[in-house]
Design a protein around this ligand. Structure first.
Ligand code: E4P
Length: 217
C-alpha cells in the first residue's frame, strides 16, 4: 500500500520523505487554509520535494470552472493530481481532465455507487472518506471493502485512495483490505510505530544495560 501524507505542512512532509515514507501528498482547501500559505506557492514547493502525485483541489463548483482551475493547477508540476469533488459537475470535469492525460483524484466519496461513477469517468484515484463515515456511525472500512470488490470485479484501474484516516488502526485495516493508497496526517503515520510492549521491553533492556554497564561505542 502506498502512503500519501495528508497535509500542506512542508516541514512535516520533509521529515517523512527523508525516511522514504512518502509516496505522494494530498491537500484540500482546509489543509491549505491551515498552512496559511498561498495555494499555488505551497503546492509548487511540495511538488518539488516529492516525486509522487500531489493532490491539489479545485474550489469551483461548476464543471467548466473546475476544468479551468484543474488546468491551472496541473501547470504547477507534472506530478499534480487535480482533485475534484464527487458531484455530477465534478465527474464531468474528471472526464475532461482525464482525457487530457491529467491525473484526477475524485474526492468526498461516501458510497460504492459514487466510486463506480468515478471509475467510469476515468478517475486516477477515488478518495473514500473513512473517518467522516465513522463520525456518523457508519463503518468507513466497509466502504473500502465494497469498492475493492467492485473495482476487482470489473478490472477498473482507478486506485482506491483511502482518506479521512484518523487512527493507526485504519492504516493496517486498509492494507488488509487492499486499498492501493492510504493518505493520513503525519501524526497518524508516526503513531504506527508505537506499541506499549515496545516501550515496556525497552524500559527493561535499559535497566539491564545500566546494571551491567554495557557500552558499544
Ligand atoms: C484527503 O484527501 C482528504 O481531504 C482528507 O483525508 C480529509 O480528512 P478529514 O476528514 O480528517 O478532514
Amino acid at each position: 500500500m502506498k502512503f500519501f501524507v495528508d497535509t500542506a505542512e512542508v516541514d512535516a512532509i520533509a521529515e517523512l520523505n527523508a525516511l522514504g515514507m512518502v509516496d505522494g501528498v494530498t491537500t484540500n482547501p482546509s489543509l491549505i487554509a491551515k498552512s496559511g500559505r498561498d495555494i499555488l506557492e505551497v503546492t509548487k514547493e511540495i511538488c518539488d520535494m516529492v516525486e509522487g502525485p500531489v493532490s491539489a483541489e479545485v474550489v469551483a463548483l461548476e464543471a467548466d470552472a473546475m476544468i479551468a482551475e484543474g488546468r491551472k493547477l496541473a501547470e504547477i508540476a507534472e506530478n499534480i493530481a487535480v482533485k475534484v469533488p464527487l458531484t455530477w459537475d465534478g465527474l464531468k470535469a474528471c472526464k475532461v481532465l482525464s482525457d487530457e492525460g491529467k491525473m484526477v483524484n475524485v474526492t468526498l466519496c461516501f458510497s460504492a455507487n459514487q466510486a463506480l461513477l468515478a471509475a467510469k469517468a476515468g478517475a486516477t484515484f477515488i478518495s473514500p472518506f473513512i473517518g467522516r463515515l465513522d463520525d456518523i456511525n457508519i463503518d468507513g472500512l466497509d466502504l473500502i471493502e465494497d469498492i475493492r470488490t467492485i473495482y476487482d470485479n470489473y478490472g477498473f484501474d482507478t486506485q482506491i485512495l483511502a482518506a479521512s484516516i484518523r487512527t493507526a488502526n485504519h492504516m493496517a485495516e486498509c492494507a488488509k483490505i487492499g486499498a492501493d493508497v492510504a493518505t493520513a496526517p503525519p501524526a497518524v503515520i508516526k503513531n504506527m510505530a508505537n506499541h506499549v510492549l515496545t516501550d515496556k521491553g525497552l524500559a527493561g533492556f535499559l535497566a539491564d544495560i545500566e546494571k551491567a554497564g554495557i557500552k558499544i561505542v
